[in-house]
Design a protein around this ligand. Structure first.
Ligand SMILES: [Zn+2]
Length: 366
């Protein structure tokens, strides 16, 4: 086969994973190699420190504040993420069937969680498949079959009769649903703000936790022991003050809780890190937050006290390993980003990719 993407010389260093750094590498036919190719044609130099393409594990392609978008808007969202260095997205639920993205070689790779699962009046309107609790198992299995190996549950939301956050599902509903999802070979992640929702999720065998603002030290110990990652979404948690202000008059208990979680948001993320909870990076782009903010979310995690080298690993090779995606081993698919400065030393460097290479082609960069 000819080599449509040309040969790239990565002048390095190339960060493969936690254990391995290669001094240089090449991209041939869209694949990584560490053997200097015998190639008489043109070779393009890609200078800078190379990391496996960034991963946004909580990003909604195909929704905006009003629900499902048109496909062309979904494409624009994915392009903005790509140009910021995000070359793999695990969406955390979408109202649009974005499976067409799989056929677009110019867009980031996408792992879909199909439609969010919630109850009527127990999540943002227009986003979720809204069901009665006794349907949870059958609907979770249906969504698992539609998605790319993940489902997304809304585990807690404001209950307006109670005036506070409360779980949407009983512990036994969660246990049955997750067991059924796991039998299909899929994994489940859950939106959770409230403390009360966490233990039933852990008991039911949840695979990943979104937000986790209500997790206690005991929950963190379990997540650390079992290797269940948490996606802290600090940019989203920063909106808690606005949610609190909007709800203050009618739901003062809810408002107070949201404010308290906002106030301790950095302490919470530092506590995750100190407890040994695996962290992943998610922007929560799509509902109210813009796309392309992965470098900003990563900087927020550093601000919370997670060392920048840990955040870079979380945003790149560790997320890829967790999702079963390629890193930059010999023969891997060449999705990578190069930076002039080392983001493990200064996370601000993530905001300035010098080269973004997707499927072996340079698609963006300064
Ligand atoms: Zn979200």
């Amino acid at each position: 086969m000819s080599d449509p993407a040309g040969v790239l010389h990565l002048t390095g260093p190339v960060l493969v994973d936690d254990a391995r750094v290669e001094p240089e590498g090449w991209v041939v036919g869209g694949r990584i190699t560490f053997e200097r190719p015998r190639h008489s044609g043109e070779v393009t130099e890609v200078a800078g420190i190379v990391v496996p393409g960034l991963v946004d594990v909580h990003c909604h392609v195909g929704i905006d504040s009003g629900g499902a978008t048109e496909s062309d808007i979904a494409v624009k969202q994915a392009e903005i993420d790509r140009d910021a260095g995000t070359l793999l997205i695990r969406d955390a639920g979408s109202a649009l069937d974005t499976s067409f993205v799989h056929d677009r070689g110019d867009l980031p790779r996408l792992i879909r969680a199909a439609r969010f699962i919630a109850r009527p009046r127990r999540y943002l309107r227009h986003f979720a498949r809204e069901i009665e609790p006794d349907q949870l198992t059958s609907v979770a299995v249906e969504e698992a079959r539609k998605g790319d190996g993940w489902i997304k549950l809304i585990a807690d939301w404001i209950d307006r009769d109670l005036g506070d956050l409360a779980p949407l599902w009983t512990p036994s509903q969660l246990t049955d649903a997750l067991a059924a999802v796991h039998r299909t070979g899929a994994r489940a992640t859950a939106h959770t703000f409230a403390e009360e929702a966490v233990q039933p999720l852990l008991d039911a065998g949840i695979d990943c936790i979104e937000h986790g603002t209500g997790m206690t030290e005991a929950h963190m110990r379990v997540a650390a022991e079992r290797g269940i990652p948490v996606v802290p979404t600090l940019l989203q948690v920063d909106n808690f003050v606005a949610h609190a202000a909007a709800a203050e008059a009618k739901f003062p208990a809810y408002a107070a809780r949201m404010r308290a979680m906002h106030e301790r948001r950095y302490d919470q993320v530092r506590a995750f890190h100190e407890a040994g909870v695996p962290l992943l990076v998610g922007t929560d782009a799509g509902g109210t937050l813009g796309h392309g903010l992965l470098p900003v979310e990563a900087a927020e995690m550093v601000r919370a006290g997670v060392p920048p080298a840990e955040v870079v690993a979380a945003a790149s090779w560790r997320a890829r390993a967790f999702l079963g995606a390629d890193t930059l081993t010999e023969g891997a698919r060449a999705d990578l980003v190069a930076y002039d400065a080392d983001p493990r030393e200064d996370i601000a460097a993530l905001a300035h990719p010098a080269h973004v290479v997707l499927r072996g082609r340079r698609v963006a960069g300064s």
